[in-house]
Design a binder for this molecule. Structure first.
Ligand code: SF4
Length: 242
């Protein structure tokens, strides 16, 4: 259980600051992190759900070649989208993507809405994809309550993470407390990159982590004299998703 009142303010500030500094020199250059049409930025956040980022790169590039607008996506054949996203698994996303194209085309005249409520009403767009779209691509401050955020916060602040954590109101409040008012997109990128390179689901690389001296999990490991890991040059990729 997350006890917000027990969390020290200065630990939150250190958490923000250390991740921002780390993120600056560890930014991963994925093609969707460049300036882009909002249409592609929203689509990629759906493709990234529960999928390794490296796997998404060729699919994303291909998608951009084939579809130029929500309308062109809405006119696609289900089979062709299924084929396109086949390497990512989660075939159910194909139908949702076509429906999403149609909803944006018809209800929003081809323009991606910028309010959280409107985004959440779209097919296939959950709190993670909406938050990531707003924060990372539109300059609108938003939290990204995804698996990386849950794992890192759980380890640093010492609470257990389970399937319901990402819907827990105290967890969402903590996400809001740690997300800076400014530099929120840099911070959210840092969380994603840190969760992919350092604070891995299995064998986190605590010895290479900028959060080691404020991390509950790491301190506990050391107290018990359990081994901790260094970052691996070929790090694995964690899942993102709602
Ligand atoms: S010290 Fe280890 S467990 Fe804690 S945040 Fe860093 S990598 Fe994760």
């Amino acid at each position: 259980m997350i006890k917000i009142n027990n969390i020290r303010r200065n630990k939150i500030e250190l958490f923000k600051r250390k991740l921002l500094v780390w993120g600056k020199s560890n930014f991963a250059n994925f093609p969707w992190r460049e300036a882009n049409k909002p249409f592609y930025s929203l689509i990629v956040e759906i493709l990234l759900q529960r999928t390794r980022a490296e796997q998404v790169v060729p699919v994303y590039r291909q998608f951009k070649k084939i579809f130029s607008s929500p309308r062109s996506l809405s006119n696609a054949r289900l089979k062709s989208i299924e084929k396109l996203i086949y390497p990512l698994g989660l075939k159910w996303r194909a139908g949702k993507l076509i429906k999403l194209g149609s909803e944006i085309d018809k209800k929003h005249r081809g323009t991606i809405p910028l309010s959280m409520d409107d985004l959440l009403s779209l097919s296939g767009v959950g709190p993670y994809a909406a938050g990531a779209f707003l924060s990372l691509h539109c300059g609108v401050r938003s939290i990204i309550p995804d698996a990386n955020m849950a794992r890192i916060l759980g380890r640093v602040f010492g609470f257990s993470v389970h399937a319901e954590t990402r819907r827990d109101k105290n967890f969402l409040l903590l996400c809001d407390m740690v997300t800076p008012k400014r530099k929120f997109s840099q911070f959210n990128y840092a969380v994603l990159d840190h969760g992919r390179k350092v604070c891995l689901p299995k064998n986190p690389a605590c010895i290479s982590c900028p959060l080691d001296n404020i991390c509950y999990y790491y301190k506990d490991k050391r107290k018990k004299n359990e081994s901790v890991h260094r970052i691996s040059p070929r790090y694995s990729i964690t899942n993102r998703g709602n």
